[in-house]
Each structure stands twice: as structure tokens, then as C-alpha cells.
Write a new protein. Structure first.
Length: 687
């Protein structure tokens, strides 16, 4: 059966730029999946997604014009129940009638459990045109569109009005109707660089025709790569680097169909404004690409991506420079206005900034942050007064003009204003960095004072919000408590602080009775669960479970413990010792009385005496290794007692008839368990 390339294009009005690439990929994948299910493609579909501001399209290779004939087997009632006294039951008659067959046409097949009546027939393959309309409509319905709209008198809905539909199989139009539009082979190109309709002659020529006749680079990936290359070339010519993230590049790619990168500039006096403000203005408001010199300083040159190719781009450049000048003038004005008041003088205004109506204002938060940060700084051996001062000023920039205009600059502007107010560099850096880490993979605060304030801020949020009942559920976490807890854990893994004590200290900083009394224990459990999630990114689940079973209060040695347990697990004795440890724990659960010291006089058999001697010799070695943080040595020492452990369980009845002997043997196993589990609960390895 011959196959050809299939092309589908939806011609729309300008699509949402931040969603464009996702829409294009989903549409293409859904159509390809539909063709595979309809058996119009042999194997996995080979397709190309296209997405530009005014179109979503997909090109699929090797699509059949007609389905292959299919053998269909419809299974009915079990043979054992289908006949009664030699006559078909109503169930069998109903099955035959529903299948459009006679009783004598039915066969008997085995369904894996029993013999059943079945109707087998060959279904003639349907032509592509009969199946494709439903496939496209289903793909449209599955698109991740948060809001849909209607247009004109149409009752159809889509993310934007749709004005054209191409469906070509090779060079032939496949007649379908989608969103009220009949399929054809004509589309439109670039709004200004192309004129009139473009007739796509063949599904394979789509991209080339759109580029040559329509001045449209239809592929999102190709446009993005072209923009990236042009940006790098222009920046290289200026000996600069482009200050932009992937999200900005994606958004700009989604705004243009025929990208042209141009260089522009702004007045040098604007560079007196903190460069973070200027960069944010250029990126967020104007979608420009700022340039940094070799020292990482902002230059007064920038790159822009135009959707229009012209012999003289000067008017485009000048227009963009004029718009940016107004934006930068606003930023300059806000910066100068903010300098008329110190951060300290702004603090009373925070009394009017509500954090949460049950917890209070930002001013009340600051009181708590100061005491928590000072406490943490003392524990870290840092300057408690500096941490308290940084915590006092940390939220003051929330009431500045600049942060009011650009909320993303909170903390950053606080740093600059703290410097201008004469605060120390340590305090200024802490004011900025107390929001860190903002997201997974973000940098941790640099220095103990900044860490103290950052921990205080996140702990106060976690404990306070949790304590008033706003606990994360499912995908709902409006106060980002999961993110806050991961930030706390990452910082505590760097510094040796007691997590339980920090949570209790934070809880005590709130007015008595304001928070649920169970908050400290609940948030501690929550942190333990988040810690397991964090660690399982790098270590197997059983190793993480073994280490966390000890409920460590200090997290700075977690990595060393995890690595030690991973190394222990590779030892030939590990599996047997883990199984023995599990057996020991099960026996200890049956103890009738409190476990205590081993009485040597009650040791009767050679095997228990040998195990006692081995445990006695093991104890100081493990204690010394753990004290030195040499966890791998501590665990490797366990391998030496495997023979004694094996012999004990082979030859000794722990649950002896004599209560004193039984208790003594349990005491011995408890002594052994303390040493075996000094680093981690090795019984959990392999589970």
C-alpha cells in the first residue's frame, strides 16, 4: 500500500506566545497518536511540529490513504452457559443479533480463561478521509488551553479565532471539516512581507513554500535556533554576552515569524540605575536582550528581534529606543525617589502591609524574624547583631517605588538601598539573599549572617502558615511551603543545626495560642517527608529510608552517611547482616521487660558468648568512627561480626524457657542492634 506525507495546518489569529510551543507540540503529537491508533501508519509516526504566531501545523510521514483490512474478533458468552438443552440461551441469541450474525456463523475461541462464542470477520479498511476529521477534532479538544473564545457568529471555540484549514495527503486535499472550516490547500504568509494567498502544492513542500513565498519560518525550533545564532553573532561582534534566559528566547520566538536581530542603544546615564532594574525592564516589558561586557556589567547597547525585514531598519531601531527610553526614565525616577528615605524610616509603613489576616502585618513578622535570625546566628557562631539588623531591614524595600513597580526586585533593591544607607556589606548582602534559594537549584545564601536570615524567613513562613491550618494539599500550596521546606533542608545540610530545635524556637516566637499546638511535630514530620523526596533524587529509596529511619536532627552529615550506607550495601556481608538486623528487631519487639545490660554470668552457650565478645570489641570501634564522622569505617566494621551473628542464630534459642536467660539474650541482641544501627537502620536495605 502506497503512503504519502500528510500536512495539517490551522491558520489562526495571533496565538498566546508563552503557550505557543506547547500548543504546537501537543497538537502534532495528538494527531500522530490518532493516526497510529487508526492504523494509518505502520509503527511509530514520524512527524514534524510547526508553530508560529499565526499557525499550528503538523507534517506526518508515511500516512496510508486507506486502512489495512483488519480481522475483528467479537467475544460473547461462555460456551458452558450459552446453550441449554441444546438450544441457544437468550444471552447467545442477543450476542449474535448485536454482532449482526447468525448462530451458525459463530465460532468458539479461548479468551485466556475459558471457551467462549465469538464472531470473527474481516473489516474492510476505511479511507483516510473518513477517519481524519475525528482525529483532528480530538487533537483540537485535547490541547492544553486554559481559556477558549468564540468569534463572529460561530459556536466553535478555540484559543484564538481560526480562519483557515489545510489538509493535504501528498498533493491531494483531504475533505474534512474542523472548527466550522472546510479543508483546502491555501494559507497566508507574513502579515507584511507576503501578499495574497499561498497555495501549498504538496505536503512535503510546506516549510520551503512558507519560507520562500510567505516569509514565514514555520518551525518553532528553527526560528529559535536562528535567533540564538544571530544574537550570539551580534554579541560576539561587540565582545559582549547576552543576558537572557530560555524563557525570554522562547517567548520572542513565539512573537515573530521571520526574525531579524537588530542592535540598538540607550543613554549612558541610565547605567547609574542598578543594572538588575534595567535588565528586568528590557526583558520583561520590551522583550529585548541586554548585553553584558566582559566584566559582567551592563552595556548601554541591547539587541532586539524584529518581525520585519527591511533595507533600512533605522526607523525600527529608533522606535524601540524611544519606547525603552521612557521605560528607563521611569526606573531612574523611582530609584532617585527611593533614595530620599532610608530603609529604617520605611519600617512603620510595613504595619499597613498585611501578610496574613490571622498572622498579622509584615511589621509583626519582622519582630519575629529578628529574634529567630539572632538565635540562628548564635548557633552558627555568626554575628547575631548583624543578623538581627539584616532581618529588621529585610522587608523594608517592599514599600519602595521600585519594588512596587517591579516586585521581582524585592531583596535586590533592599541590598542597594542598604548600601546607600551606610549599612555594612554583610548586612546588605543578607537583605538580598534572605529570599534564597527561591527555587530548586537556586544558589544558597552566601555566608552565615545571610543564612541565618534566610532560615528565619522560611521557618517563620512554614511554621506560621502551617500553624493556622493552611497545609499543602495535592497541587495546592499557595504559600509555597514545600519550596520553603526544601530551601530550609538544603541550608541545614550545609550547617550543623538541630532542625527540631529550630522549629520549636520559631513556634515559640508567635503569640501563645495563635498557632495549633501540634504545629512543631507536624512540620517536623513534613520536613522529614520532603527530605526523603529531596535525597531520592540522588540515592536509592532504601538507602535514604535506612538513614532517615534514625530521624537525624542534624543534616550536615547526611551526605556522608548516605555514601557510607551505599558503600556498605555493596559488601558481600551486607545482605545477611541486613536480614539479621531485621530478625533482631522483630525479636526485640517481643521483649516483656525493659532492655538493659548484659549479665555475663547468664551467657550459657559458646555462640552467645562469642557474639557478646564480638559486640564488646565492636562497640569502641564504631563509637570512635561515628564520633569522627567516619561512617563508612563504622559500617564496614560490622562485616567482622557476621560469623558470630550467623552462629548465634543457628545455635541459640533466644526465647528460652528461663525468663532470666531469655531477657539476657534479648539484652545482648539490643546491644548488637545499637551498634548495627549506629549510622542507619540497615534492616531497611534491599526493601
Amino acid at each position: 500500500m502506497t503512503t504519502q506525507t500528510l500536512l495539517i495546518e490551522l491558520l489562526t489569529e495571533e496565538l498566546p506566545p508563552k503557550a505557543l510551543n506547547n500548543l504546537g507540540n501537543h497538537f502534532a503529537a495528538s494527531v500522530a497518536e490518532g493516526l497510529e491508533k487508526a492504523q494509518l501508519i505502520d509503527g511509530t509516526a514520524e512527524f514534524t511540529a510547526y508553530a508560529s504566531p499565526r499557525r499550528l501545523a503538523v507534517q506526518i510521514k508515511n500516512v496510508k490513504a486507506i486502512q489495512a483490512d483488519q480481522k475483528i474478533v467479537k467475544k460473547g458468552p461462555a460456551v458452558a452457559n450459552a446453550m441449554k438443552d441444546g438450544a441457544p440461551t437468550k444471552a447467545l441469541e442477543g450476542f449474535a443479533r448485536g454482532a449482526g450474525a447468525k448462530i451458525e456463523d459463530l465460532t468458539i475461541v479461548h479468551d485466556g480463561k475459558q471457551d467462549v462464542y465469538a464472531y470473527e470477520y474481516v473489516q474492510t479498511g476505511k479511507p483516510l478521509g473518513e477517519l481524519l476529521e475525528d482525529i483532528i477534532n480530538q487533537a483540537v479538544k485535547k490541547l492544553p488551553i486554559p481559556k477558549v473564545m468564540r468569534w463572529g457568529s460561530s459556536t466553535f471555540t478555540f484559543v484564538r479565532p481560526v480562519h483557515g484549514l489545510i489538509v493535504l495527503h501528498g498533493g491531494d486535499i483531504v475533505n474534512v471539516s474542523v472548527l466550522g472550516l472546510k479543508s483546502g490547500n491555501q494559507t497566508l504568509g507574513h502579515r507584511f512581507l507576503s501578499s495574497g494567498e499561498i497555495t501549498i502544492t504538496n505536503a512535503d513542500s510546506y516549510a520551503a513554500q512558507m519560507h520562500e513565498q510567505g516569509k514565514v519560518v514555520a518551525s518553532f525550533a528553527e526560528r529559535k535556533a536562528a535567533i540564538q545564532t544571530a544574537l550570539n553573532e551580534q554579541a560576539g561582534r561587540l565582545k559582549a554576552t547576552v543576558a537572557a534566559d530560555e524563557a525570554l528566547l522562547d517567548e520572542v520566538t513565539a512573537l515573530v515569524e521571520y526574525p531579524v536581530v537588530l542592535e540598538a542603544g540607550f543613554e549612558e546615564h541610565f547605567l547609574a540605575v542598578p543594572q538588575e532594574c534595567l535588565i528586568l525592564t528590557m526583558q520583561q516589558n520590551q522583550k529585548y536582550f541586554p548585553l553584558l561586557d566582559q566584566n559582567g556589567k551592563l552595556m548601554n547597547r541591547f539587541l532586539l528581534v524584529s518581525n520585519l525585514q527591511t533595507e533600512d531598519p533605522s526607523h525600527i531601531i529608533q522606535g524601540n529606543e524611544r519606547v525603552l527610553r521612557a521605560r528607563l526614565s521611569d526606573a531612574e525616577f523611582f530609584y532617585k525617589q527611593d533614595q530620599k528615605a532610608t530603609l529604617e524610616s520605611r519600617l512603620p509603613k510595613l504595619a499597613n502591609v498585611v501578610y496574613h489576616n490571622k498572622i498579622g502585618s509584615q511589621a509583626e513578622r519582622i519582630e519575629r524574624l529578628q529574634s529567630i535570625a539572632a538565635h540562628i546566628a548564635k548557633a552558627l557562631g555568626a554575628d547575631a547583631a548583624a543578623a538581627e539588623r539584616a532581618a529588621r531591614l529585610a522587608k523594608a524595600d517592599l514599600v519602595t517605588e521600585m519594588v512596587g513597580e517591579f516586585p521581582e526586585l524585592q531583596g535586590t533593591m533592599g541590598k542597594y538601598y542598604a548600601r546607600l544607607d551606610g549599612e555594612t556589606e554583610e548586612i546588605a548582602e543578607a537583605v538580598e539573599q534572605h529570599y534564597q534559594p527561591r527555587f530548586a537549584g537556586d544558589n544558597l545564601p552566601n555566608g552565615k549572617v545571610a543564612t541565618a536570615v534566610a532560615l528565619a524567613d522560611k521557618l517563620e513562613t512554614l511554621v506560621g502558615i502551617w500553624g493556622i491550618g493552611l497545609i499543602p494539599t495535592g497541587d495546592k500550596d499557595p504559600y509555597a511551603l514545600r519550596r520553603a521546606s526544601l530551601g530550609i533542608l538544603r541550608m541545614l545540610m550545609q550547617y550543623g543545626l538541630d532542625v527540631n530545635e529550630l522549629i520549636q524556637t520559631t513556634f515559640d516566637s508567635f503569640p501563645k495560642g495563635l498557632l495549633n499546638e501540634k504545629t512543631p511535630s507536624e512540620t517536623t514530620d513534613f520536613m522529614q517527608a520532603r527530605l526523603a523526596v529531596l535525597l531520592q533524587n540522588d540515592y536509592p529509596q532504601d538507602i535514604v529510608a535506612a538513614v532517615l529511619a534514625k530521624q537525624p536532627r542534624r543534616l550536615d552529615d547526611l551526605t556522608a552517611k548516605l555514601q557510607a550506607v551505599a558503600a556498605f550495601k555493596q559488601l558481600p556481608e551486607a545482605a545477611a547482616l541486613a536480614a539479621a538486623n531485621k530478625r533482631v528487631q522483630n525479636l526485640l519487639k517481643k521483649a516483656d521487660a525493659a532492655l538493659g545490660e548484659v549479665d555475663e554470668s547468664l551467657l550459657q552457650q559458646d555462640e552467645e558468648k562469642a557474639l557478646y565478645a564480638a559486640a564488646q570489641g565492636l562497640q569502641p570501634k564504631i563509637a570512635a568512627a561515628v564520633a569522627e564522622g567516619n561512617f563508612q569505617t563504622a559500617l564496614s566494621e560490622l562485616a567482622s561480626v557476621k560469623p558470630q551473628v550467623d552462629a548465634f542464630f543457628d545455635g541459640v534459642m533466644v526465647m528460652a524457657e528461663d525468663p532470666a536467660v531469655k531477657q539476657n539474650r534479648l539484652n545482648l541482641l539490643n546491644r548488637l542492634a545499637e551498634q548495627m544501627n549506629a549510622v542507619a537502620d540497615i534492616a531497611l536495605l534491599g526493601e
